[in-house]
Ligand binder design. Sequence first.
Ligand SMILES: [Zn+2]
Length: 304
Amino acid sequence: MTKKRPTLNPPHLLVVSDCHGNIRQYDQIFSYAENQSCVGIVHCGDIGPRFNATTKDQRKFLKEFFLAKTETLKQKRGSDFPIYAMMGNSDHRANELYFWKEQTTNLGQDRYRCIDGKIMPFGKFFISGYSYIPPTPFVHKEGERRDENGDDADRGEYILKGESTTPEGGMVSVDLQNLPTIKQELTELFLNHQDLDKTIFICHAPPFGTKLDCHKSETHVGSADILDMLKENDFLCSFHGHVHETVKMSGHFQDRVGNNKIYTVGNNPVADNPFVLLFELPSRAARKGNVLRGQLINSQFVNV
Ligand SMILES: [Zn+2]
């Protein structure tokens, strides 16, 4: 007798992150979305192969894999099935224009929707994305911005000057001092938006000093400005990525800041099975939703 596959009942959003070009993980994510009762996918950044891949390799991955997969999923689930995505700090910004352009097919249909720096309607809710992380000790600066409150956040060594990839395949110098801070960009993003309590806030970086930003060096590497944003505002909830090992380090994929329930995907990009979050949308707008569970796809449920 064959065992019946357990259904994951209520409609839910599938939240994924930090797949870093891992095709085994993507295959499972797309096949899950084809077959299960999820009502959309959100990718919280770091889509393509890791940063040491070339810009050309990352472009090839987007073109030959990501675009094709999202298009196939749309054909199976319907053209209005939402796939929200944004780049992370490991995705070369030299491909940013390409990534934005290719979200729509030549026939004008959505493959996916870029959420970085945008607030997009999602049924009776909104989804908003912010992809930059606070400064690291590494030379690649294109996915980084300064925290206005950075000096208060004790997150070890970091540098402000470095390099950024260009569409021509070269590098240019970048000084984060000459760019806006995370706080400035977030303030501008939400300036005229009244419905934060109906908004799912997707942020590649986690907030500083929480269970979501625990680095293997036992320091916190999240953003102080994102922490402030969450302290001062009341979102529907927030999802984060970036610190792959944080769930392993802290033992939790969720935490709270102010009135906000905050979650990290904490995916290990080299594992065979992706760690994902299943988010059950609240039945009424402005009520808090709940993550049903964090789960390794095709593996046993893990309790964290
Ligand atoms: Zn990552």
